[in-house]
Design a protein around this ligand. Sequence first.
Ligand code: ADP
Ligand code: ZN
Ligand code: ZN
Length: 739
Amino acid sequence: MNPPARCLRVALPVPLPRVFDYLPPPGLEVDEGWVGCRVRVGFGRRELVGLVEAVAVSGGVPSESLKPVLERIDAKPLLPEELLATLRWVSGYYHAPLGEVLATALPADLRQGAPLPDTGRFAWALSEAGATGLERLRRGARPRQLAERLQAGAIAEDTLELEATPWREAMRSLQQRGLVVRQALQAVPAMPLEPGGVTLNGEQATAAQAIVEGLGRFHPVLLEGVTGSGKTEVYLDAIRACLAQGRQALVLVPEIGLTPQTLQRFERGLGIRVHALHSNLADGERARTWTAMARGEAQVVVGTRSAIFSPLPRPGLIVVDEEHDASYKQQDGVRYSARDLALVRARALSVPVVLGSATPSLESLAQAGRGLYRHLGLSQRAGAGRAPPVRVLDVRKRRLESGLSGDMLDAIAACLARGEQALVFRNRRGYAPVLLCHDCGWSAECPRCDARMTVHGRGRQLICHHCGARRRPPTACPDCGSLGLQPQGAGTERIEDALAERFPEANLVRVDRESTRQRDGLSRQLQKLGDGAGILVGTQMLAKGHDLARLSLVCVVGIDEGLFSADFRAPERLAQLLIQVSGRAGRAEVPGEVLLQTHHPEHPLLATLLQGGYPAFARLALEERELAGFPPFAHLALLRADAAQEAALQGFLNAARTCLEGPARDAAGRPGGQRIGILGPLPAPMPRRAGRVRAQLLVSSPSRPALQACLAEAVPRLYDLPQSRKVRWSIDVDPVDLY
Ligand code: ADP
Ligand code: ZN
Ligand code: ZN
């Protein structure tokens, strides 16, 4: 018999906790040069693209039984060593198969085996036919408009990309008619630096200097700056220093697709081209930006969560803006936290990492408190802005008009009369949260979820926000036949209606997921508002990122549900939201005011927040977390499962509990090991969703290593449980909610 073969260990995008052994194609040797390269392999009856993770000796399997790979895609490793090591870490820490981690980390085109794309800059110009043949195009239509712009000369793709309007489809239609041509551009022209620029104030300069001093080593910084304090200017200053050393910077932001503003601000401030990475980009564009990073051509990338997987061959600095934002945690598939990964990568790359926020997460504050992060503060608004005073409107026993009190409406009227803008914040989209029968108390529930359906379209439709089910509302109560069905409570739609009725002349703009559905919908809605008097109504989409110079009044309504939520993170979320929304007012010369309407003016959360601001709230909340044994004083993992049948669900979770109990005892028994608690099976907060029953196990420990050791042993066994076949399950390490 032949000795065990040297083979290629390939990570494949399949939901199995292992890698797969293959041989090289006939005639090729196994050597370290394969590691990090993509290969095409046969897997069952399919062909898959995977990544050679290591070369190894196949565990006792004779070479005859291994299949050769079908094709080697990359001649050189696709991933730098550090990135591959980080992805291995992600696979280990989040207990996700390496192949799935790779699939999450790579842009779609590359994951599917496409060659590395061209990364040069391209422009579009009219062809000879295009120079004369535009009359045949329909007047006013997009292709015609685009072609007319090209009459003044070629336009670069990145310039088009920066504008708010989609252009690719129109350009393709021109190309198909032979009216335009795509040209490679040679040099990258530098953009003009922001005229004058800003001079950093004392606190900003100190912060920027502290970051710059850390260049070249791992140096975590928590930059806690009140809203409008000029954190972005601090990032820009540090990035300039990093660019001056010829190094790359990676900036993570919560939702860039919605905010071309952010990108333009970075480009102007740095005077160079800044690349964007977010989910609104076409696949080809994502792959191009990724490749430009990998080749060191892109100097600065601003991107959302998955941009944390950008290759950084010349690493300089990582910034995580609004580090408290929940969107940094991926909520399906590989459930990584981009904020936490920023720290992991910064350490591996020996670079500073800046976590910036006006309302830092309690986790980051605790780390700073332990001296693990340098804690820097910006306590004042920069420039002309002033922090707005907050006035609480006690609305107990007051009549509300679609959720709005008389005092609030008066304040809005006064604001409009001054020619200024008001923001009305209500974190509930739709017309009304409930359709209720006034005679018997029946309410419209989703047939497939344990949830009420939301009234939409001014009462014409019921939509379930959890499974998307839609139906027409009944004309009479299905229980008692009464015709007295009434929408109860007010969502953004209803508030919009009420404001339109009260202020018929006012420029009124609504911002929520419905009204901003298309690409760049948010910018378009904000453009409608313009610079004159007007009212902006909307959900938490309005909480961040937009400077509206004329905005002087922020009205907060309907936050009371949030005061009594069961989730242990709900108070933190609410405090952050209130501070961030309030921070929208008074950002420029116009002074601002915040009105907070509530039935619970004495609630400790509100009282603390109003008296001592976010720092006071955070201190109190951390004490409570410590007493309750919640993060950051304990570490959690949540095993979620759902199934068609309750019995299958319980069967799986009970078996999973048994899998966890042994390793939990072992991990706790090791020297220095600490207790591991397993709670459940418990029904999920929403026990039935989209027709499936849901339950979970919560694993917790004061010691992260103990928890990790336990999961590392137990999770691979879950795949093999016979009970796992009738359920869908997932493991969520450091869950941001227990939903
Ligand atoms: P943050 O990100 O902390 O909310 P920004 O960086 O957006 O704050 O700054 C808020 C506003 O203040 C912006 O309009 C910015 O141009 C302005 N600004 C920031 N720093 C300065 C400064 N040192 N001098 C003048 N204006 C500044
Ligand atoms: Zn009824
Ligand atoms: Zn539903």
